[in-house]
Write a protein of this length. Structure first.
Length: 216
């Protein structure tokens, strides 16, 4: 862990557009979600797995801008039948071990429970974190995992070297692409492989313009 923390030099991206905050509160009630089919080790796509365009959100669960923007982005994606969303962990150095710990928890929720559990965990962490490295409450537990032993399994998974390496690899993959701040969006046309990158929160008009630019 020390190796990855010492190498981080990114800073959170300030909000560049006016975003209407939409918090999706998970309270044990049934909610419709546009889930893709689950995968054993991700990526867990929010939306249709056969969508033409994929938005990759490079994000940090302790980033306050990600906290306010991700629910808005998910809402927009849920209204687009040909767009899906992929989360890419990019925990920033300035947010310390809290960001890494939360990334591991969320990843393991997906590993244990699949796509719905992954995005449910993202929602819960974003809703309860203090942000900016303050982390989640000590009594925090991810709800919705089916197994009676899910809490113990989640802890075991989150503390495993395999999970640590996975999160570290996601960080370095993003760094190799030149990602420096969160949130950063990369919109990819899955037919052509072309992509466009947007730094900071992007509103509906900006997202639609980016998608349109990939069709020209």
């Amino acid at each position: 862990m020390n190796g990855i923390i010492s190498s981080w030099r990114a800073a959170a991206m300030p909000t560049r557009v006016s975003i209407q905050l939409v918090l999706l509160v998970i309270a044990g009630i049934g909610v419709w979600w546009p889930w893709s089919s689950p995968a054993a080790n991700g990526p867990w796509l929010y939306g249709s797995p056969t969508a033409r365009w994929t938005i990759t959100e490079y994000a940090d669960l302790e980033c306050p801008y990600c906290r306010s923007y991700t629910p808005q982005l998910k809402r927009w994606v849920s209204q687009q039948p040909d767009v899906n969303l992929k989360w890419h962990h990019f925990p920033l150095q300035i947010h310390g071990v809290a960001a890494v710990h939360e990334a591991r928890l969320v990843h393991c929720a997906g590993t244990l429970g699949g796509t719905a559990s992954f995005w449910n965990a993202v929602d819960q962490v974003l809703a309860r974190t203090g942000s900016n490295g303050q982390g989640i409450p000590s009594d925090f537990a991810i709800l919705g995992l089916d197994s009676a032993n899910s809490k113990a399994k989640l802890k075991l998974c989150a503390n495993s070297s395999e999970t640590a390496l996975h999160i570290e690899q996601e960080f370095f993959d993003a760094q190799q692409k030149g990602i420096q701040a969160t949130p950063t969006l990369e919109i990819t046309d899955n037919r052509t492989g072309r992509s466009v990158r947007l730094e900071g929160p992007a509103d509906s008009t900006t997202l639609l313009s980016a998608v349109d630019s990939l069709t020209r």
